[in-house]
Design a protein around this ligand. Sequence first.
Ligand code: DGI
Ligand code: FE
Ligand code: FE
Length: 200
Amino acid sequence: MLSQVEIKDWLQTRLSEKRFSHSLGVAQEAERLAKHYGADPQKAYLAGLVHDCAKEVSKDETMVQLSAFDIVPDVAAAAAPWLLHGTLGACVAKQEFGIEDEEILDAIRYHTTGKADMSLLARIIFIADFIEPGRTYPDVAMLREMTYQNLEEAMLFGIDYTIELLVKKKMIIHPDTIHCRNDLMIELTAKGKQGIMHEN
Ligand code: DGI
Ligand code: FE
Ligand code: FE
């Protein structure tokens, strides 16, 4: 496996300055969240660092590289190819960085859409992407606070924000995004956290 310094060098040469510093921010935030929620801080840092490693690969090149890994994108991802940077990122992490840990690879793979049954590590990477120190949208301070109080509630907030945006822009919603949201809602309802299972 490449050392952390070697991985940082790889990322720095292939990502814009902004994306590289976002990656460092997600790594730092994920490490902090892991300490807070009892996940492995080193794994969280590494997954955060690497999560966007394939983000700046062009659409055509993404398709070429994925097919070299024998991956056929599903219809929704094929129609919204930027969703595939996590899928390709997990391949790159394994192939180029020698990361074999399936939990880390899965956290990278699903960091954009989420999915049903996410591990704690995958949840941490998903939300760290929203709240890393470099993010500056209006709700970020509130979402940071929410994240350290209730991880699932914060993820639901993030997903709802994304879905609302996608609907407004008439964009495709990936089924994994929906599965993730349903899962979170069922989990939160079971914990009595919110009255979300209404009859109509
Ligand atoms: O790579 P980042 O910019 O750090 O963040 P990300 O991997 O979460 O990507 C965010 C983008 O992906 C954002 O523009 C919203 C979009 N996205 C997230 N879920 C879906 C989606 N786009 C579509 N079309 N469908 C989804 O389900
Ligand atoms: Fe991303
Ligand atoms: Fe990101």
